[in-house]
Design a protein around this ligand. Structure first.
Ligand code: UN1
Length: 496
């Protein structure tokens, strides 16, 4: 067997080793014997170097006309298209999700990259009137400087692209840190930007732990904005660190998303949706449908079918095209899932399927857990309230729409929600009252597209939205410009 490949940091346009001299291994969560690569265990000096490079590169990148920035980003998107299959295979090896999903992840990065390349010829501001004669008023977006991007392992290329591309098109420079479980996919994104001709220092990539690397990325005085996707617990720390010198921070955190199945729903569709929403990506999405609220009149029928389909899911190594669900990302995540299964049983939820780790044969080499459904859940149980981030769905019965909406809204998170109904009045009521950033009608809670705002209410976020033109609001500052061509002092609010 060939020795595993050693990957480096990308700082100031060069691939370099960490000054720490230390490295870490990235193994396949479906098969511990499959080593994906060796990565740099960076320290604060590496981060310092990356931030210095980004700060220096900002001086010229901010002056590159946005359509020219867009051309580079467009070339990067073309390279991603060419390498989609190669990068998807690697992503399945490092992250575990099945190939059709990693292809979707790379596709989401392609979509975002093309989309933001196009923004180079838009980045629209406003021109408007003035209350005074011979005076002109307009707004324009200004870049901010160095942005640091701290990203999760569940969408190892898509989420980094959501942050990198709008940051770059707006004229910022970036230092990116991947999750330690999935560094290859972000490296591939960096590689296409390098090959597309991104100037040195504009994009920097540093691997390593949250402590040494992550802390520095959010504390450093030269950093103007921090974008973070991950747990609410870490998000709170990012927010606190940023408040010290009022850095902008964009937080995308947890979810406890719910599919509402009404008594008039197309049940076949609802079962398909609950299956894809609950067990897609092994439940490891912030948008995962980890709750289903089901009308009591169709409860039994829905649950029977849902359980039957979940039991039949083929779990295994995502490179096998017949496999439908991959492993948990690592041992700690698997342990969390096992703990929540115990919690659910102890608080009286009814275990309908799964509930155990999968161990015999090939399963022994990975972090596999069976698709698990709890029935007869009370909305206030911990398994109905807390984000598990694994293949566990809690089904909660209800009697009317009002109650279902209360169940949906009765958690600390507010990312995504869904309703299955054929009644247009109920659908519109739900669209109005579901307190989440994203609402789906007759579709599961997952499947956000890149040209629409992504983010959530309450403890899911801090008011920003990623993707779409809304992302540009985070990565730029509005500059309001007044031009007075009257040749005299005119006083707003004072001169009639
Ligand atoms: C996430 O769950 O972390 O809507 C992101 C979706 C994907 C993105 C999910 N397009 O499920």
């Amino acid at each position: 067997m060939a020795p595993p490949k050693v990957y480096k940091n990308f700082i100031n346009g060069e691939w370099v080793e960490s000054v720490s001299g230390r490295t870490f291994e990235n193994a396949n969560p479906a098969d511990r014997n499959d080593l994906v690569g060796i990565f740099q265990k960076s320290n604060s000096q590496d981060v310092e170097n990356a931030i210095a490079a980004a700060k220096d590169a900002f001086k010229s990148w901010r002056l590159v006309p946005p359509p020219k920035r867009g051309e580079i980003i467009y070339r990067a998107a073309r390279l991603l298209v060419e390498r989609k299959e190669e990068y998807s295979q690697l992503m399945t090896r490092e992250m575990g999700k099945i190939l059709i999903e990693t292809r979707g992840d790379v596709q989401e990065a392609i979509d975002m990259t093309f989309y933001m390349a196009g923004e180079g010829r838009r980045l629209f501001g406003q021109t408007t009137t003035s209350e005074l004669p011979n005076k002109f008023a307009m707004t324009a977006r200004s870049p901010m400087g160095v942005c640091t991007l701290i990203t999760p392992w569940n969408f190892p290329m898509a989420i980094p692209s959501w942050k990198t591309m709008p940051a770059l098109i707006c004229g910022n420079t970036v230092v990116m840190k991947p999750a330690t479980d999935t560094p290859v996919s972000m490296l591939n994104l960096v590689r296409v930007l390098e090959e597309a001709g991104i100037p040195r220092g504009v994009v920097n990539y540093v691997t390593g732990g949250g402590g040494e690397v992550g802390d520095r990325l959010m504390m450093h005085d030269d950093v103007k904005a921090v974008s973070f996707t991950g747990s609410t617990e870490i998000g709170r720390k990012v927010s606190e660190a940023c408040s010290h010198n009022f850095k902008h921070c964009c937080l995308e955190m947890g979810g406890k998303n719910c599919i509402i199945v009404m008594d008039d729903a197309n049940l076949d569709l609802a079962v398909e949706g609950a299956l894809w929403g609950g067990f897609g990506t092994t439940g490891q999405r912030c948008t995962a449908a980890s709750r289903v609220a089901c009308h009591k009149d169709v409860y039994k029928e829905f649950v029977d079918r849902f359980v039957e389909r979940a039991r039949a899911l083929k779990v295994g190594n995502g490179l096998d095209p017949t496999v439908q669900m991959g492993p948990c990302i690592n041992q700690a995540q698997l342990k969390t899932v096992e703990e929540y299964v115990e919690i659910g049983k102890n608080e009286g939820a009814k275990l309908l399927c799964g509930g155990t780790r999968l161990t015999s044969g090939d399963y022994d080499r990975g972090w596999f857990h069976a698709p698990t459904i709890f029935g007869d859940c009370h909305p206030k149980m911990r398994v109905s309230q807390e984000e598990i981030f694994g293949p566990v769905v809690s089904v909660i019965p209800f009697s009317n729409l009002e109650e279902a909406i209360e169940i949906n809204n009765g958690v600390v998170y507010g990312l995504s929600s869904s309703i299955y109904t054929r009644n247009v009045n109920r659908a519109f009521e739900a669209m109005r009252d579901l307190d989440t950033g994203i609402v789906y009608v007759n579709a599961p809670t997952i499947g956000a597209e890149t040209h629409l705002p992504f983010g959530g209410t309450k403890q899911t976020g801090n008011g920003h939205r990623e993707a779409a033109v809304t992302a540009l609001d985070f990565y730029s500052e509005w500059k309001t410009v007044y031009v007075d061509y009257s040749d005299r002092l005119q006083r707003a609010q004072i001169d009639a």
